[in-house]
Design a protein around this ligand. Structure first.
Ligand code: SAH
Ligand code: SF4
Ligand code: F3S
Length: 460
């Protein structure tokens, strides 16, 4: 069901919170861990906080309300968020009125919500990802009744529309097009914390994209846990085409795609609108071993994966490909790991994000016996990184001598000189010197040098 935020308790709650915030010039800070979906949700949270009368502030120590947007994907991500939360104990001591809220994926884990309730007394509330519109209500409950809230299980799978958004950037924007995941890869917590797949109506997405383009946005990134399984009145390739047909000088990116939904139609649309749709594809592999892929419940085998990757390279010759790999999944043998290495050498990805398997309670893989020792996992990781560094270096080297259209993103100072940072359509980081500030514009550069992680260029 589509839930318009204006038809909820939201509006009344916002008005009442304003009565509390307006005499005091209160400040709020939102801190983000995790993926782009969380970045996008934090922009919504800042929009809602502004509606509530808070001024958004960069330094959490000066704030009256702090939200921590958490990630649950690996144990390490959870530890980072919890140790950050630990810092707020002291802030709360100085400012007893401080409100601390935990949002994001950890807030949807019953065990975490329970732990926060009992062990983190300065946490005022948790809100799971699809319930962000409850922020004004829960804030009120805390300030008016001094009641802490740890709501769970209220996510009915609605699509919430109409939340205000305070975007971080002027020329780059996230647009969530679908939420949740139905794939239940055996190692992954996302389907449990983000709920089932639901896609926004294409008209609503298009309206949002049109408004962004007319506001001067140059890069739109469509987001979804499984972006290419988007399905409303149209499917993902059809939606991409509609967005590509919007008039204006901008490019489209999307993430994350699942190999099973990477159809010929999708590749054909990317080819047809190559100037508009960035020639870059993030296609998570996870493992090159068929038996591990089966245990991971990934629904494709190495042969099918290679077909998709090769088709992308064939149809869009200068496309850049990146992937995710999990090392040390329960039962992964040396031979399984070598199968993964073989695919890395075969596909020659431009970039690989590799992670050591982290057991997530409640998932199917958590019940599998994990006999691998840490030293073997680290040795595999090192071997993978060493091999991939050489490949990335060689892949980046192919760009040397090419003219590239890049979007200039920021400037940094090195040895007293201004170095501009930009990105190619293939999502590679480019550094160049310039006398003029072109931040937020597309310009042409010539690539002069490549390294493992970036390109050096001159303005032309
Ligand atoms: N929906 C996306 C990615 C979600 S999470 C997809 O399916 O591709 C991003 C990456 O984190 C995954 O691709 C996977 O490589 C990694 N990941 C997920 N769960 C993990 C776990 N339990 N341990 C280690 N890495 C994990
Ligand atoms: Fe997790 Fe798999 Fe869904 Fe990606 S597709 S979010 S890895 S369950
Ligand atoms: Fe983390 Fe949730 Fe994203 S678990 S990776 S923030 S969907």
């Amino acid at each position: 069901m589509i839930l318009d935020i204006k038809n909820t308790e939201y509006v009344r709650a916002v008005e009442r919170v304003r009565a509390y915030t307006s005499p005091h010039n209160l400040k709020a800070h939102v801190m983000t861990f995790g993926c782009q979906q969380n970045e996008a949700d934090s922009e919504k949270a800042r929009g809602i906080l502004s509606d509530m009368g808070y001024t958004i502030c960069d330094d959490f120590r000066e704030c009256d309300l702090i939200l921590v947007n958490t990630c649950a994907i690996r144990a390490h991500a959870e530890m980072k968020a919890l140790s950050m939360l630990g810092n707020f104990r002291a802030v709360k001591k100085k400012n007893p009125e401080l409100i601390v809220g935990v949002i994001g994926c950890m807030a949807a884990e019953p065990a975490v919500a329970q732990k926060l309730k009992t062990d983190f007394h300065y946490v005022s509330f948790t809100i799971e990802p699809n319930m962000l519109h409850k922020l004004p209500e829960l804030t009120l409950k805390y300030v008016e009744e001094n009641k802490r809230s740890f709501i769970l299980g209220e996510d009915k799978g609605d699509i919430v529309e109409g939340a205000p958004v305070k975007r971080d950037g002027k020329f780059k924007a996230w647009v969530s097009i679908m939420y949740g995941c139905n794939n239940f890869c055996s190692y992954c917590i996302v389907p449990y914390v983000r709920g089932r797949e639901r896609s926004r109506a294409s008209l609503t997405v298009l309206e949002e994209c049109r408004a962004l383009v007319s506001d001067g946005v140059k890069e739109i990134t469509l987001l979804g846990q499984n972006v290419n399984s988007y399905k409303s009145d149209v499917d993902f390739p059809q939606l991409l085409e509609k967005i590509a047909l919007i008039d204006g000088d901008f490019i489209i990116r999307f993430m994350t795609s699942h190999p099973k939904d990477t159809s010929d139609e999708l590749i054909a649309v990317m080819k047809k609108y190559k100037g508009k749709i960035a020639p870059y594809f993030h296609l998570p592999l996870q493992s090159g071993s068929d038996s591990v892929l089966k245990d991971m419940n990934r629904t494709y085998d190495s042969k099918r994966y290679l077909e998709v990757a090769k088709k992308l390279r064939k149809e869009i010759p200068d496309i850049a490909l990146s992937t995710d790999v999990i090392i040390g999944f329960p039962g992964e043998t040396d031979a399984d790991f070598l199968d993964t290495m073989k695919i890395l050498e075969d596909v020659r990805f431009d970039m690989v994000y590799s992670f050591i398997y982290s057991k997530r309670d409640g998932t199917v893989a958590a019940k599998m016996t994990d006999t691998l020792d840490e030293a073997t996992k680290s040795a595999r990781m090192k071997r993978l990184l060493d091999t991939q560094d050489v490949i990335s270096y060689e892949m980046n080297g192919l760009a040397v001598g090419r003219r590239e259209r890049v979007l200039v993103e920021s400037v940094s100072e090195r040895d007293g000189e201004e170095i501009y940072n930009a990105r190619t359509g293939t999502n590679k980081l480019v550094h160049f010197k310039s006398k003029e500030n072109h931040i937020g514009e597309f310009i042409y550069v010539e690539i002069e040098q490549a390294s493992v992680s970036c390109l050096l260029a001159k303005e032309i």
